[in-house]
Design a protein around this ligand. Structure first.
Ligand code: ZN
Ligand code: ZN
Length: 471
């Protein structure tokens, strides 16, 4: 636990200084970070967690903030970054390692406006090597299993992989003993670009080994944007300069709460929001809140959404988007798949996003909603969207279109919904109302989601916003 940052660094012979209480508190923190019930005890799930393959970088560093999911270090202060593969592993030849790295870098590059150049010799910004045991950097590897790799943040940028693992390059391989190089490389590249671990299980920066890695999670993307694109984002929303300085554009924080693991809606972003059966559904982590009106929480909520949507598979641990179809059935999306529920929230069907006719290279839809203006279904990916006609079951001509068509609405958006005849877009802790007449976001926006949609205390600043919105 000391290795992962949960106990203070000792000089080796001070282990007796850890009291049962401090160890239990550390176990609890580690459980919370991993998404396990924070019992503070070495239960079976926790013992298993200790044995899991994972990254050797600490979950909790000296500079960590308790109020962010991803913990930022610093990014590269340039956009062109060189990398070099020093060697292959005992089980994976260098050419396969180069392929995996090139693919991994291409996953991250667009989200930071970065370009990567491979060098065959000389010093590179990011140097990739395989080594076993003590390899000279003070962080010795531990033989087969457990720690499989680690990487250093800029300006060092080295990525080390444990050569005692059996590395493979086929994510479909069923062999439990083989560690997929690409899955680990994508994660370690995140460190080499300046990101730290995330407690969001579906994110690439979650510290434990997970396969397959298909694409970045919004949490990873937000981290990159904050590191590399903050200036552009600030310009794009035309917010007053002093506001940008005091509040980052996309804060993604969850209030730390030692008593239970229900996120506080007043201090978090939202996985998605949607209007279903005339009520506002808010999803965050494994929970759903239902509001009859703005700021009017239905009794009994929040609840775990697996209890509400009967038949939703347990492995769906983050709801990407959800919408009410024109026939009043409900579809929940995660990755390429959807699950369809009837009006009483029982699973009746499932399928993939490709049934809408969108291209195969699209790995997920981030937002789906039905417009009250034309009854069409809008399928939004990160920077583009399709308009789907539910009558003809086809995508309308001329799509996809760029998200910039929704003028003054920043993208990618986290969710979009229709409430009392108006179209709203949500991103991070804020929302925008789209003006169908002006065909742009209304000038008063963005506004803080927590104070206007949920019953969160207002600050003097917020009062001003609430007046505007209710006018
Ligand atoms: Zn890591
Ligand atoms: Zn190392």
């Amino acid at each position: 636990m000391r290795r992962y940052g949960y106990l203070p660094e000792g000089s080796g012979d001070v282990d007796y200084a850890y009291t049962p209480h401090s160890i239990s508190a550390a176990v609890k923190k580690m459980q919370e970070f991993a998404g396990l019930p924070p019992t503070g005890m070495l239960d079976l799930a926790t013992k298993k967690l200790f044995k899991k393959r994972r990254c050797g970088v600490k979950d909790i560093g000296d500079t960590s903030s308790r109020h962010r999911r991803y913990i930022l270090r610093q990014g590269w202060n340039k956009r062109s970054i060189t990398y070099r593969i020093i060697n292959g592993s005992s089980t994976l030849e260098k050419a396969r390692v180069e392929e995996g790295m090139a693919h991994g870098l291409s996953v991250w590059a667009p989200h930071g406006g970065l370009q990567f150049y491979k060098l065959d010799d000389g010093a590179a910004d990011i140097e990739v090597s395989f080594a076993s045991g003590d390899h000279g950097d003070g962080f010795p590897f531990d033989g087969p299993g457990r720690v499989v790799a680690h990487a250093f943040p800029p300006p060092h940028g080295a990525m080390h992989f444990d050569d005692d693992e059996i590395w493979g390059s086929d994510p479909e391989a069923e062999d439990e003993d083989v560690t997929d190089f690409f899955a680990v490389a994508v994660h370690e590249i995140g460190h080499a670009l300046g990101l730290s671990h995330s407690s969001v299980k579906a994110s690439v920066m979650y510290p434990y080994y997970q396969v397959p890695v298909e694409r970045l999670h919004m949490d990873d993307i937000l981290g990159m944007q904050e590191l590399y694109l903050k200036d552009q984002l600030a310009e794009a929303t035309e917010a007053p300069a002093n506001e940008i300085l005091s509040t980052p554009q996309v804060p993604r924080f969850t209030k730390a709460d030692d008593d239970d693991d229900i996120p506080d809606l007043c201090f978090t972003n939202y996985d998605t929001l949607q209007v279903i059966q005339g009520m506002i559904f808010v999803f965050e982590e494994e929970w759903v809140w239902v509001f009859r009106e703005r700021r009017q929480l239905e009794p009994g909520y929040p609840r775990r959404y697996h209890e509400v949507f009967v038949g939703l598979p347990e492995h769906v641990n983050a709801i990407r988007t959800i919408y009410e179809m024109r026939n009043r059935n409900i579809r929940i999306f995660a990755g390429r798949r959807y699950w369809e529920f009837d009006r009483s929230f029982h699973l009746i069907n499932k399928g993939t996003i490709y049934e809408y006719g969108i291209p195969r290279q699209i790995a997920e839809l981030t937002t789906v909603f039905v417009s009250n203006y034309n009854n069409k279904t809008y399928l939004i990916e990160y920077e583009q969207f399709w308009r789907y006609d539910d009558e003809t079951k086809t995508i309308d001509r001329g799509y996809p279109k760029e998200m910039s068509a929704w003028r003054q609405v920043p993208y990618p958006v986290d969710s979009a919904l229709i409430w009392k005849g108006d179209t709203y877009f949500f991103r991070g802790p804020r929302f925008w109302r789209f003006d169908n007449t002006l065909v742009r976001a209304h000038e008063y926006y963005p506004l803080p989601t927590a104070q206007i949609w949920f019953d969160c205390p207002t600050s003097p600043d917020m009062d001003r916003y609430v007046v505007n919105d209710d006018s």
